[in-house]
Write a protein that binds this ligand. Structure first.
Ligand code: HEC
Length: 115
């Protein structure tokens, strides 16, 4: 889905996320962790947010992939019970894919597209 998704549409959809998240290289995190280079980044790895992550997110482990990022954006509390992300989630899978395509573009070297 991400392969055919539209990063431009994702940019518009990201406005809901931008209430809490910045996604800019070297920018300070605010109420939520900076999402620059989030794909393939370990979970809960934004250094200046380290003290604020929930135990639930820290305990989950692993890296953000297309799959688990989609699951989390679709239903944050369904994917990680106890997350501090106070956001209901994005229902439409096509919108989730567009948001991920947008986030993918915001990295030092964008992750390869999934097969
Ligand atoms: C109301 C504020 C808020 C909104 C809106 C929000 N988030 Fe979050 N987000 C957070 C907080 C707080 C955390 C840290 C969660 C924790 O520690 O459990 C987080 C964590 C994350 C993480 C994990 C980051 C990491 O370093 O592991 C991702 C990915 C993420 N959010 C993506 C999104 C996306 C995409 C959207 C929009 C569709 C969004 N968020 C909307 C507050 C928000």
């Amino acid at each position: 889905m991400v392969a055919t998704a539209k990063a431009e549409d994702g940019a518009a959809l990201f406005k809901k996320c931008a209430a809490c998240h910045v996604v800019k290289k070297d920018a300070a995190s605010g109420a939520a962790p900076n999402l620059w280079g989030i794909l393939n980044r370990p979970l809960a790895a934004q250094a200046d947010f380290a003290a604020k992550y929930s135990d639930a997110l820290k305990a989950k482990g692993g890296e953000w992939t297309y799959e688990n990022l989609a699951a989390f954006i679709h239903q944050p509390k369904g994917y990680i019970a106890g997350t501090k992300m106070a956001f209901a989630g994005v229902k439409d899978p096509a919108e989730v894919a567009n948001i991920i395509a947008y986030l993918r573009s915001l990295a030092d070297s964008p992750a390869p597209l999934p097969n």
